[in-house]
Design a protein. Structure first.
Length: 216
């Protein structure tokens, strides 16, 4: 938006910080709605939600790597789900075809809001400029050019970097840093074949995978 060029940098930074803070708002809303229902998340529900996030990303034209990041899982787990659950595999294939035939009007540099969200998520998790751009099909040079042309994009990228974990918290992290949330196993149903068999103490945990830092 051209009007951003007349906005003081401090106001633009505040706006960008608020956008970054809102990226996780839907999970907070889900938790609040579950509390209203008097229950917590189940493993099946958690995985179904992540599958739905991957399907949405695929329908919006994102790459497999970006779909995995949008769903909060690793590419390997997403591929495993598709291989082990025929219905999910077919749904992902249909979503990819939908994106191919019914593309929404792209924004600057061919981006859409879903791709921009993935870019910011990757940067916030610690990914470097070029790898983060590659996730959404851009070169690092193209992203630099977009940041110069669009002050709001530059502000969002800067906000994502400000939101990164402190260096002391990232030291020695693996390529995919796992975070876990407690969930309840579905006791009344047979586990879905799309859910990998639980290992050791992971039977009541579900992973969220994010790219670990690759540099300062």
């Amino acid at each position: 938006m051209d009007e951003w060029r007349e906005v003081p940098a401090s106001r633009l930074d505040t706006w960008a910080d608020e956008v970054l803070a809102g990226l996780d708002a839907h999970e907070g809303i889900d938790r609040a709605l579950r509390r209203a229902l008097g229950r917590g998340p189940t493993l099946g529900e958690e995985n179904s939600t992540r599958m739905a996030d991957a399907l949405r990303a695929a329908a919006l034209g994102l790459s497999p790597a970006a779909c995995a990041l949008a769903a909060g899982v690793s590419e390997r787990l997403l591929a495993n789900w598709q291989a082990r659950d025929a219905s999910f595999g077919a749904a992902m294939a249909a979503a990819v075809e939908l994106a191919r035939t019914r593309r929404a009007e792209p924004g600057p540099a061919g981006l859409n809001p879903a791709a921009l969200r993935v870019l910011l998520t990757a940067l916030r998790a610690g990914a470097l400029h070029a790898p983060a751009a590659a996730l959404i099909g851009m070169s690092g040079r193209a992203l630099y050019r977009l940041r110069r042309e669009r002050p709001e994009i530059a502000a969002l990228v800067a906000a994502a970097r400000r939101a990164r974990p402190r260096k002391g918290d990232r030291r020695g992290a693996p390529r995919y840093e796992r975070r876990y949330r407690l969930v309840r196993l579905d006791g009344s149903t047979t586990p879905s074949p799309s859910v990998p068999a639980p290992r050791a103490t992971a039977d009541t945990l579900t992973p969220e995978s994010h790219p670990a830092p690759e540099g300062p």
